[in-house]
Design a protein around this ligand. Structure first.
Ligand SMILES: [Zn+2]
Length: 384
């Protein structure tokens, strides 16, 4: 059996607050309460001067490391998953993009097998049931109104691993589709939407609980027409996704959302595409061609912003060092809140005895220095 690992001397961010000079004990794949008596089997690692935080949980991610979750083979998806693990994301939901319905159903079947094996935490369908007015980087020709029968087809194709679907809920069939998703235990997310404030309130009342990248691909906040942003921010039932890469949102917009919703209702996501953790160049996002220059992904045709090249370690560092958010709040928004939303908070999302030993080690400047997933180092501690 693998030796028990004891990490000592770190600033450990626990659900109850930060403990200076704290320790985390890892036995097998789990966090243990106390060290065992047999000292021979204990490996102690001094990580003084570092932070220990829970592994990151990404609800919305299309790929990385040159590989696509939206169209790649199983091998490619695993390559993307590994890339994000190297950046601290120990749990990832694979996001599909708008595509032909039969293709999406087949692709979901493949992703479902990876979810069954525990490689991904399920599937997020972003499209095709979104608004042509707010299509972002989605192929307009393949967009459709949310027909509950077609929504059902995708849910079934995912064999119990559909976790979330992004919809323009104001379209015909939108509210019935929200209700259908909720009935099947799938998160209904409002996004790529042209809805009014009132239409968004109706969607939340029907059961929608997530805002897909709040601010992006939806009408702006107007004082006479507050639109979806106000409805999604004000409602306690809704968690808002934010892409904190410095490109998708002005820092003031991020602050506004964070302070209004609070860390228990914010989930930091990457919305990453293949170039994340890889580099500039030409890529495909589903059927759409994307050019990545200086880390910003845009459609070749039309120049619409097309996902990000963000990894959650950078989102974390930026949230603390640029946005000035408290570390504990960032931990909440990057681990605990998304874990709870996925219904996985009994296993992941915080550092507590009995939970999976998913840990991220950060230095004093919040740069990533180690990643452990289920008790195994994915990135061995770099203690310089
Ligand atoms: Zn996306």
């Amino acid at each position: 059996m693998a030796p028990t690992k004891v990490l000592t001397g770190a600033r450990v961010v626990l659900p109850t607050g930060t403990v200076d000079d704290g320790r985390v004990i890892v036995e097998g794949t789990r966090i243990a309460d106390t060290a065992p008596d047999a000292p021979g089997s204990v490996e102690t690692i001094d990580v003084s001067g570092h932070w220990l935080v829970p592994g990151f949980v990404d609800l919305h991610n299309h790929g990385g490391g040159g590989a696509s979750f939206a169209g790649g083979t199983a091998e490619e998806v695993l390559q993307g998953v590994h890339t994000h693990r190297l950046h601290g994301t120990t749990t990832v939901v694979a996001s599909a993009v708008t595509g032909d319905l039969d293709f999406l159903a087949r692709h979901a079947g493949m992703l479902a097998e990876l979810a069954q094996q525990g490689d991904i935490a399920g599937i997020h369908f972003e499209g095709p049931f979104i608004s042509p007015c707010r299509k972002g980087a989605h192929d307009e020709e393949l967009l459709r109104d949310p027909d509950p029968a077609e929504v059902r087809k995708l849910i079934d194709a995912a064999h119990g691993h559909a976790r979330m679907m992004t919809l323009a809920t104001e379209l015909p069939g939108g509210l019935d589709s929200v209700r259908l998703l909720v009935e099947h235990g799938v998160i209904a997310a409002v996004g790529h939407t042209d809805a009014t404030y009132e239409q968004t309130v109706a969607a939340i009342d029907a059961g929608a609980t997530v805002a897909t990248h709040l601010f992006n691909a939806m009408p702006v906040l107007g004082h006479r027409a507050p639109g979806p942003i106000a409805a999604l921010l004000e409602d306690e039932r809704v968690t808002v996704e934010l892409i904190n890469d410095g490109t998708h949102l002005h820092p003031a917009a991020l602050q506004l959302a964070f302070h209004h919703a609070g860390p228990r209702r914010v989930a930091f996501i990457t919305d990453a595409m293949d170039a994340a953790g890889f580099g500039d160049g030409r890529y495909m996002l589903g059927p759409m061609e994307v050019e990545v220059a200086e880390g910003v992904a845009r459609l070749v045709e039309g120049g619409s912003i097309a996902g990000s090249t963000l990894t959650l370690d950078r989102a974390f560092q930026r949230a603390v060092t640029v946005d000035g958010l408290p570390v504990e709040d960032v931990v909440q928004a990057i681990s605990a809140t998304p874990a709870r939303l996925l219904g996985l908070d009994d296993r992941i999302g915080s550092l507590e005895p009995g939970k999976d030993a998913d840990l991220v080690l950060l230095d004093a400047d919040f740069a990533l220095k180690g990643v452990m997933r289920r008790g195994e180092w994915v990135v061995a501690p770099q203690l310089g």
